[in-house]
Design a binder for this molecule. Structure first.
Ligand code: TYD
Length: 215
């Protein structure tokens, strides 16, 4: 039996984490305990890599070093947590996955997109989410919201960088419209209605029902 793999993507401050929590709650109420993970991180190795990537001590990281560190965290998370969970039929919800690397390191940093694709392929072992929800936000709003409590290394990038990331997500969605659904940022309730609408059929395929009343 193969589980279900749903990822959340989007610019900084788009509200992914809130929506992912809401989805986890309804899956739980449907009687299934989801596996909830985030990137970078989610394993001991990944959390150490996260400190390098987002902490203040590594401002001089090159774009290629950054690419490989995100990939290292992903390779570990995929092998240690995601694949075993899917193999035992679990619902896996992941806050960011390979599309983040395409959007941030590919479009944002301007690294060669074919290199990024190959690195993603190696890190994921070819695993592709069943559904990817991109929450779209104007970087001027998103980055301000995300960095209210102190900006991390990525959030300190110029607005132009975050504009390229946004365009990257639009390109990813245009290339894979069946897997990738874009939802505009808005009030939590309105966004949730759309998230639950796109997630319901994918979860139903694995026998998890979202009650109409939950939407
Ligand atoms: P995080 O604090 O998890 O932010 P968010 O709530 O926005 O997910 O920080 C993750 C940051 O790392 C975020 O700015 C996006 C960036 N990132 C990449 O640049 N490439 C990647 O492959 C991933 C997974 C994240």
């Amino acid at each position: 039996m193969r589980g279900v793999f749903i990822t959340f993507e989007g610019g900084d401050g788009a509200g992914k984490t809130t929506q992912m929590r809401l989805l986890a709650e309804v899956v739980r109420r449907g009687g299934v305990e989801p596996v909830v993970v985030r990137e970078p991180g989610g394993t001991r190795t990944g959390e150490s890599v996260r400190e390098i990537l987002l902490g203040p001590a590594h401002d001089d990281l090159t774009a290629v070093a950054e690419l490989f560190l995100f990939a290292a965290s992903r390779a570990q998370l995929t092998a240690e947590v995601i694949v075993p969970a899917l193999e035992s039929g679990r619902v896996v919800l992941c806050d960011r996955y390979a599309d983040s690397t395409t959007a941030y390191q590919g479009y944002g940093r301007g690294l060669d997109l074919d290199l990024v694709r190959r690195v993603n392929e190696a890190a994921t072992g070819g695993l592709v989410p069943d559904l990817t929800i991109v929450l779209d936000v104007d970087p001027r709003q998103g980055v301000a919201a995300a960095s209210a409590g102190g900006a991390d290394r990525m959030e300190r990038q110029a607005i132009a960088f975050h504009e390229r990331v946004r365009a990257g997500y639009a390109a990813i969605a245009a290339a894979e419209p069946k897997r990738v659904k874009v939802i505009e940022r808005g009030p939590v309730d309105a966004v949730w209605r759309e998230v639950s609408c796109v997630a319901a059929p994918v979860l139903a395929g694995a026998g998890v029902r979202i009650d109409e009343g939950e939407r």
